[in-house]
Design a protein around this ligand. Structure first.
Ligand code: ADP
Ligand code: MG
Length: 452
């Protein structure tokens, strides 16, 4: 029983009652029990992909199974075992034969850029993402037939990318032969521009047309080069007419992507446009609990609650905060109190804000409003330039908390009342005009999170 190999076979036998035989032959046959020492079981995996899969999906099952078999609590860790090249593993495990299909599933997942961690199972649904989630489920169930395209938009770190990967995961789970491709808009645009330059747009379109699902993330970065847009339009049509599913994500709705061609905009709007907004307190708690469960993190309820109340607007930051607090606990061995947690997280946020320079804000505003930094610092009173200038003053004042005189200086002005007026004007504009508010909020968020 203490021999790792015998124990591993016992483990496989036990878990085979709980997972499918394909899972065993595809994944577990490419892993082994390396050693079991001092309450820690080291699972060797043939490659990072196997490791990722087993660790993210079956860690708890393995922990429980091994603990039960051994008779006390065992922690599980994972390593890449180079002796376990995929071929050897398959040959060494006659019990679980691995056919061609499973190998190709691994390949398919690898080529698709789909991240198995981002599944529907690990996605918490609540009021802020219910529509987007339902649309994503519908698309995964009947790709190309329900909502095409699906256009998901929302602020940074709210789960757009996660949801899109979940569609890919579900579709591949249902049928591993499906052709799926996830890419950032930059990657897609680069290869498209390359195709345009080399006169190979037909081949380009044909290549994409073979896909069952094309996911393009952060499509707001679509260049304002007309030719790029019209090529995207044609590629879109090829896929669309062949009933292939297309999913886009963006930080803003199609109506607010600047310099977007009308015909492309109407394509983006032609299926389902679903937004994701900021999570409620209850969702933040549920997300934290889920992440704890996935990563085997133990924190008392009150800690979870105070993390959830300290980080409100971004799930990526919520996860960061959880790790931060958990590390603190691991290092000091003491569970921080709710007040301490709030303090630690508040200090982190302040420190981050201090790192943002006015120069960066001015640059970001210029980019967002399509003007130059020189114009912002200049003296033109044209609304097109004066308005973004006021926005820059407003953000530097509100978020970076600089002195009025200094802000005037940053923007080439001498009088601090100019700044005061700008702050007032933008504040009242934000109250009156939803579009302006959304635009400025998006900008502030991106500046805060340094995702410029
Ligand atoms: P976006 O693409 O909108 O910027 P991501 O999809 O990258 O955001 O999400 C950021 C992080 O937050 C990821 O680790 C993701 O798993 C997590 N996350 C976002 N929404 C949820 C949710 N509803 N449930 C669980 N985790 C979530
Ligand atoms: Mg994203």
């Amino acid at each position: 029983m203490n021999d790792p190999k015998t124990l591993w076979n016992k483990i496989l036998e036990t878990i085979s009652t709980q997972v499918s035989s394909t899972t065993i032959s595809t994944w577990f046959s490419r892993a082994n029990l390396n050693k079991l020492n001092n309450g820690v079981a080291v699972i060797g995996c043939a490659d990072p992909f196997v490791r990722e899969w087993i660790e993210s999906k079956h860690r708890i099952l393995l922990t429980e199974t091994i603990s039960q078999l051994v008779g006390n609590h065992i922690a599980v860790t994972f390593v890449i075992d180079e002796n376990l090249s995929s071929k050897e593993a398959i040959e060494k495990t006659p019990l679980f034969s691995t056919g061609k299909d499973e190998n190709s599933l691994i390949k398919v997942l690898g080529n698709s850029n789909i991240n198995i961690r981002y599944s529907f199972e690990s996605f918490i649904v609540g009021p802020s993402n219910r529509l987007a989630h339902a649309a994503a489920e519908a698309v995964a169930a009947r790709p190309g037939a329900t909502y095409n395209p699906l256009f998901i938009y929302g602020g940074v770190g709210l789960g757009k990318t996660h949801l899109m990967h979940a569609i890919g995961n579900r579709m591949l789970n249902d049928n591993p032969n499906r052709k799926i491709y996830y890419c950032a808009s930059e990657t897609f645009l680069n290869s498209m521009v390359e195709a345009i330059r080399s006169g190979k747009t037909t081949e380009f379109r044909q290549k994409y047309r073979k896909l069952d699902l094309l996911i393009i993330d952060d499509i707001q970065f679509i260049s304002n080069w007309q030719e790029t847009q019209s090529e995207l339009f044609h590629t879109f049509n090829e896929l669309y007419l062949a009933n292939k599913q297309i999913v886009f994500a963006s930080d803003r709705p199609p109506s607010q992507i600047s310099n977007l061609m009308d015909r492309l905009r109407s394509r983006f709007e032609g299926g389902m446009v679903a937004d994701i907004s900021e999570p409620t307190y209850e969702m933040r708690i549920a997300i934290l609990k889920k992440k704890c469960e996935q990563n085997l993190i133990h924190l008392p309820e009150e800690c979870i609650n105070s993390i959830a109340s300290s980080v409100e607007s971004n799930i990526r930051e919520l996860e960061g905060a959880l790790n931060r607090i958990y590390n603190q606990k691991t290092v000091t061995g003491i569970i921080p109190t709710p007040a301490e947690i709030e303090n630690i997280l508040k200090r982190d946020i302040e420190q981050k804000q201090r790192q943002i320079s006015p120069k960066k804000v001015i640059k970001a505003v210029a980019k967002e409003f399509n003007v130059t930094v020189k114009e912002l610092k200049g003296s033109s009173r044209r609304a097109q330039i004066a308005k973004p200038r006021q926005v820059a003053m407003f953000i530097i004042r509100e978020d970076l908390k600089h002195k009025l005189e200094d802000i005037a200086g940053f923007l080439g002005k001498t009088d601090h009342t100019t700044v005061l007026n700008a702050v007032k004007r933008v504040s009242s504009l934000i109250l009156k005009d939803d579009t302006v508010r959304e635009k400025i909020e998006r900008l502030r968020q991106r500046i805060r999170q340094n995702t410029l």
